[in-house]
Design a protein around this ligand. Structure first.
Ligand code: C2E
Ligand code: MG
Ligand code: MG
Length: 758
């Protein structure tokens, strides 16, 4: 019943009681009191009493009513407070939309959530929409409309709030419409809940789930009793086990058996103490293969600190191990021949020496240096040069026994460590066998190429106490073998060390000698064998050592070559010789040639042409007076380099002679292509003349060759008149030798020249 109806009922009741009382009491009064005056008095009294009684009734009724309402209000306020506290505790906000009046109510928490400020109370519904994520506006509107139209039981939606907040706020809105009797929604009430944290947690879980499934690292989760409860895809891929094979079982089924119990004991000890362990561990795949993995194990505890799980994350590092091995292989092997390189060879040599000294036994070292390999590289190209090295390695390997190590130390140098008790005889046999193996020509690109090697031998312990010394001494023995004329082998001797020491001292002194002008140029006369006239000189360098006296070039030039001073020396001689020739020509001596030796080292340095130009210009000497001598060996060794240089020198007008002709292996074809003017017969073919028939034949052949190629010939090393006569008879154009003079300083030679003049 409505409040107006209740009030109306009370008023009607009062009207009935009051009317009955008024009518009944008046009637009763007329019956009881007959006296009119008393009746009047009692009437007044009755009226007063009625007022008093009704006032009292009204008082008690009003008091009762007011008390009831106060209690109701109190109860209501309490309820309200309880409701608000509950909402606040639940972090929810209430909203209420009176659709009839279009009044919108938002609780303080709602405003806070939506970022609506109290300063803008107007258009709250509009502000609500304003701060929505643009993508969520339409779904929210649609959800409201659907619910208002009665298409949904409840309004339930999650959306994002942007704008006022630094972070995105996820809000869950839920509510329900109040409908009138016609079913029309008149009010919509609901709550808003901040679910950002929950969403973030869900997202994190989702990400963790994706990571768990997609990471390339294997993951395994165990419960506190160490039973596997989950594994990821990578685990299956790495181990070959499927989840059904392992879930519920102990991770021990992966153990490879490679680690002892002590290893696992320490691992668990660390997990218990620190909560984690990481390290390399070998496990076994389902197919039985053992592989290395890098593993992290973490003990997981809940918020009460109770251990709940173990998580193991691991990476299969077998590939890394393999590439480590490959890198190790590359670092220790020569990529071309696949032989151990110097690094590995030295390691093995040193270990072998330690072993040999422990067992008081010997071992041998064979140092192999290919002869004229540079020539092969230059003439055939580097790829064929590489092939040659591979083929040589293959052949030499045939002499190796299991314990031996053949290594390519560098370029064309090989070393063989003979790790077994060997003596001089065994090493000699091995060296001869290597020479024999190389004897057969190599077929490269359709050509047959001969290759020889110079071999140096050293023995432990007699030739060195450590690897470095043994190797150095074998290398010295190679030099000895080379000086004996290639394709030979030599043992290391103490004498070689002495020589090496002397050479080192000389090297230091030679640097000083150049600075202090101790080098001199001596001259040796050249005679026209037909006319008997002096026609030229050969300039020959000497070292006038302040202590050791005059040192011949054969002694110090090898040192100069080693020290890289050869080019400098040649250049010095060239300048001196040109200047001297100028003086002699100015003095009126009828000389035609100043011969200067040109070393391969100088040719390699690349400045012969410019030096020749400047020497000629400085001395104002015509180029045709200058004759550059290059040995047959070097002309052939430098191949195309020498051909092009000789061409340029020839263009300049300089004359060219081939020195020591007959000792090398000239290719007649190449000789014909070169702009050479003269052949200088090596003194080796002259010294035994006229006695030696073979040398006579050789000398005669060279002279004949010169004639047919239209080259002048000169014989060096003429010591006797008989030799001179014979050579003249053979048709040789000129000669030089001790018969006429030893190489002498300019002033001394000039005396000879002057004697002729006189
Ligand atoms: P080479 O160019 O063949 O010089 C000829 C050598 O034979 C000279 O020796 C000379 O003294 C020597 N000789 C001349 N006549 C006779 C003789 O009748 N009997 C004997 N037994 N020997 C004779 P040297 O001066 O000792 O030079 C030796 C080599 O040193 C030269 O051979 C040359 O290859 C090189 N050489 C000398 N001086 C220079 C130089 O300035 N530059 C370069 N690059 N090499 C030089
Ligand atoms: Mg010479
Ligand atoms: Mg010579």
């Amino acid at each position: 019943m409505s409040s107006s109806a209740s009030a109306c009922l009370i008023a009607v009741k009062y009207l009935l009681v009051a009317t009955t009382w008024v009518l009944f009491s008046d009637y009763l009064l007329t019956l009881v009191v007959l006296e009119p005056e008393l009746q009047l008095q009692l009437q007044t009294f009755k009226g007063m009493a009625f007022v008093l009684i009704t006032t009292a009734v009204l008082f008690f009724t009003a008091r009762h009513q007011l008390r009831g309402r106060r209690q109701q209000e109190l109860a209501l306020r309490k309820n309200d407070e309880r409701f608000n506290l509950a909402l606040a505790g639940g972090n929810d906000g209430v909203w209420d939309w009176d659709l009839v009046d279009d009044a919108f109510y938002l609780s303080a928490r709602c405003r806070e959530l939506l970022g609506i400020t109290a300063e803008r109370p107007e258009g709250i519904a509009q502000q609500w929409l304003e701060y929505l994520h643009p993508d969520d506006k339409e779904p929210l509107r649609a959800a409201f409309i659907a619910h208002l139209r009665g298409k949904t039981e409840r309004l339930e939606l999650t959306y994002r709030v942007v704008g006022q907040h630094a972070d995105l706020v996820w809000v869950q809105v839920s509510g329900q419409a109040v409908r009138n009797q016609q079913g029309r929604a008149v009010r919509l009430v609901g709550i808003l809940r901040d679910i950002s944290e929950q969403v973030r947690r869900e997202q994190r879980l989702l990400q963790a789930g994706v990571m768990f499934d997609c990471t390339s690292e294997g993951m395994l989760i165990c419960d506190a009793e160490q039973n596997i409860i989950d594994v990821n895809n990578a685990f299956c891929q790495i181990t070959g086990y499927q989840p059904v094979d392992v879930i519920g079982r102990s991770p021990n089924l992966l153990a490879s058996g490679r680690h002892d119990t002590e290893f696992y004991r320490r691992m668990w000890q660390q997990i218990m103490a620190t909560g984690r362990w990481s390290g390399e561990i070998w496990n076994r795949r389902k197919d039985g293969e053992i592989y290395p993995q890098w593993q992290n194990i973490i003990a997981v505890k809940d918020h009460m600190g109770t251990l709940t799980h173990y998580v193991a994350v691991f990476a299969d590092i077998s590939m890394i191990k393999r590439s480590q091995q490959e890198i190790d292989y590359l670092a220790h092997h020569d990529p071309l021949t696949k032989l151990p390189n110097r690094l590995l060879f030295n390691e093995r040599l040193n270990t072998a020496i330690v072993r040999a000294s422990r067992h008081i036994t010997t071992l041998g070292l064979i140092f192999i240096d290919l002869d004229r390999f540079k020539g092969i590289n230059d003439s055939l190209g580097h790829s064929l040069g590489d092939e040659m090295l591979q083929r040589v390695a293959e052949r030499v390997q045939q002499v190796c026994e299991d314990a031996d190590t053949l290594s390519r130390l560098s370029g064309d140098e090989f070393a063989l460590l003979v790790e077994r008790p060997v003596g001089f005889d065994d090493l000699s046999k091995l060296a001869e066998r290597i020479q024999q193996l190389l004897l057969e020509p190599f077929e490269l690109n359709g050509q047959l190429i001969h290759m020889t090697a110079s071999i140096g031998l050293s023995l432990f312990p007699s030739d060195g106490n450590d690897g470095a010394e043994l190797l150095k001494n074998a290398d010295s023995a190679v030099s000895l073998a080379k000086s004996r004329g290639r394709n030979s082998y030599a043992f290391y001797t103490q004498e070689l060390t002495e020589q090496a020491r002397r050479r080192m001292n000389l090297e230091t002194e030679l640097h000083l000698a150049l600075q202090q002008h101790q080098l001199r140029v001596y001259y040796q006369l050249q005679k026209d064998l037909r006319s008997g006239q002096w026609i030229g000189m050969e300039a020959l360098v000497r070292w006038e050592h302040p202590e050791h006296g005059v040192i011949p070039p054969d002694e110090f030039l090898p040192v100069a070559r080693h020290a890289g001073l050869m080019g400098e020396i040649d250049e010095f001689v060239l300048h001196q010789a040109c200047a001297q020739m100028r003086q002699w020509l100015d003095a009126g001596y009828p000389l035609r040639t100043m011969a200067v030796n040109m070393s391969g080292y100088w040719m390699e340095r690349g400045d012969v042409l410019s030096s020749a130009r400047s020497a000629l210009a400085n001395s104002n000497l015509d180029a045709h007076y200058l004759e550059l001598e290059v040995t047959e060996d070097e002309v052939m060794h430098y191949g195309d380099l020498s051909v092009s240089l000789l061409d340029q020198l020839s263009e300049l007008g300089v004359r060219l002679a081939i020195d020591d002709f007959g000792t090398g292996y000239s290719s007649l074809l190449r000789l014909k292509r070169m702009p050479v003017n003269k052949l200088k017969i090596d003194r080796g073919f002259i010294s035994d003349l006229p006695g030696s028939e073979s040398d006579s034949a050789m000398a005669r052949t060279i002279i004949g060759l010169g004639k047919s190629l239209q080259l002048a010939t000169i014989a060096e090393g003429i010591e006797t008149q008989a030799q001179e006569d014979l050579l003249r008879e053979f048709g040789c154009d000129a000669g030089q030798g001790y018969l006429y003079n030893q190489p002498l300083p300019a002033v001394e030679v000039e005396k000879i020249l002057m004697a002729v003049e006189l």
